[in-house]
Design a protein around this ligand. Structure first.
Ligand SMILES: Nc1ncnc2c1ncn2[C@@H]1O[C@H](COP(=O)(O)OP(=O)(O)OP(=O)(O)O)[C@@H](O)[C@H]1O
Length: 351
């Protein structure tokens, strides 16, 4: 089922948490709402769920039908929160069966049907051997998988996930996000995932809506928001970067950044990812002369900090260990730097 929000605003007393937000999630898509704390992600999710009402004039459409006045129970939504409280006194099996048993008797499945459904869901979330355990006997990651199975039990039309892995440690989060992606490939239910974790959004989502200050800055594929950010906010939010101020094509970094799109002579800010900083021993023309000030190892990559010889600005570079070895870099070495994939924006953009 597709989900569309049109002209959604939300004001709390004098504070505007959402400003005229428009977004369409296609049927079967997994979309991440990504943004810093306070950017309005949860508010938007709660409005889609029907937990919160938008200001007058906005619409929420499910399969092109306005559900703004449809109450929560009738929207058929599966919701999972960061700290989804499972019923402590109920086994995993009973937790998952809860939504089915709570249906009005006319719609309630038989005990045999409930058992079959719960077993199917347990297998889907890879917890078949855990049916009789209690929540206190599960790890945090297992509990969130039970929460997801419980949300799926009533066959929702959409799945809304609000930082579902937020309380878990980094390793478990990584495992669960891969698991979620596989699960989504299997069941293809339209899903919106709220997260402030860039890596999580980039790895899991079909498309990412990057939010800032109550509006959407860019809505596009993970590759596009990362490689072709629409503005400085998106560039900054999606990873490490170097920032240069200058007039385009007047002098470096301009000469070293031929891909820049801002008109020549215009004041601009230029962003470059550390892995797009190329270091060489020879002056390739248009390169920036720099000195190595620090080398740090980070697993498969090596982080090299340099200082430009002309204006003393710092530049961060990320090299593969192989490139680092080939260059035989040491602190105090003088080298030449070229910037690949430089993105320039007019300098009047305010963040
Ligand atoms: N009930 C409320 N009353 C007043 N202000 C609120 C209320 N709910 C949210 N806000 C404000 O609206 C803004 C957006 O909040 P929201 O929870 O949607 O952000 P978020 O992007 O989900 O942040 P986080 O990642 O921290 O959860 C925040 O500034 C918040 O303080």
């Amino acid at each position: 089922m597709s989900i569309e929000v049109r002209k959604i605003s939300k004001t709390y007393s004098a504070f505007q948490a959402l400003k005229d937000v428009n977004l369409k999630v296609e049927s079967g898509e997994l979309v991440a709402l990504l943004g810093p704390s306070g950017s309005g992600k949860t508010t938007l999710l709660r409005i889609i769920a029907g937990i919160e009402a938008a200001d007058l004039g906005g619409e929420v459409l499910f399969d092109d039908v306005d559900v703004s006045d449809t109450d929560l129970g009738k929207r058929r939504i599966g919701f999972v929160f960061q700290s989804y409280a499972l019923f402590k006194q109920m086994s995993v099996f009973e937790n998952i069966a809860f939504g089915l048993r709570a249906k009005p008797w006319r719609e309630r499945p038989s005990n045999a049907q409930i058992k079959a459904k719960v077993e199917e869901l347990l297998s889907l979330v890879q917890l078949s051997n855990f049916a009789q355990r209690y929540p206190s006997q599960l790890s945090g990651g297992q509990r969130q998988r039970v929460a997801l199975a419980r949300a799926l039990a009533v066959e929702p039309r959409v799945l809304l996930l609000d930082e579902p892995f937020g309380a878990l440690d980094a390793t478990v989060r990584r495992e669960l996000r891969r698991w979620l992606r596989k699960l989504h490939n299997t069941i293809k239910i339209t899903t919106i995932l709220v997260t402030h974790d860039q890596e999580e959004a980039l790895e899991v989502a079909d498309r990412i809506a990057v939010m800032n200050g109550g509006h959407i800055e860019q809505f596009d594929s993970p590759e596009a928001v990362y490689e072709r950010p629409a503005n400085p906010f998106v560039f900054r939010f999606l990873g490490n970067y170097n920032l240069f101020h200058g007039r385009l094509a007047a002098r470096t970094p301009v000469e070293a950044a031929p891909e820049s799109v801002v008109a020549q002579g215009e004041k601009a800010v230029t962003f470059v990812r550390p892995h797009d900083v190329e270091i060489s021993r020879a002056n390739g023309g248009g390169s920036i002369a720099a000195k190595v000030t620090h080398v740090g190892f980070a697993g498969a990559a090596v982080n090299v900090e340099l200082v430009r010889l002309d204006d003393q600005q710092l530049i961060d570079a990320e090299l593969s260990t192989q490139t680092y070895r080939d260059l035989a870099l040491k602190v105090e070495d003088q080298v030449f730097v070229r910037l690949r994939n430089a993105h320039s924006f007019a300098d009047d953009y305010t963040i």
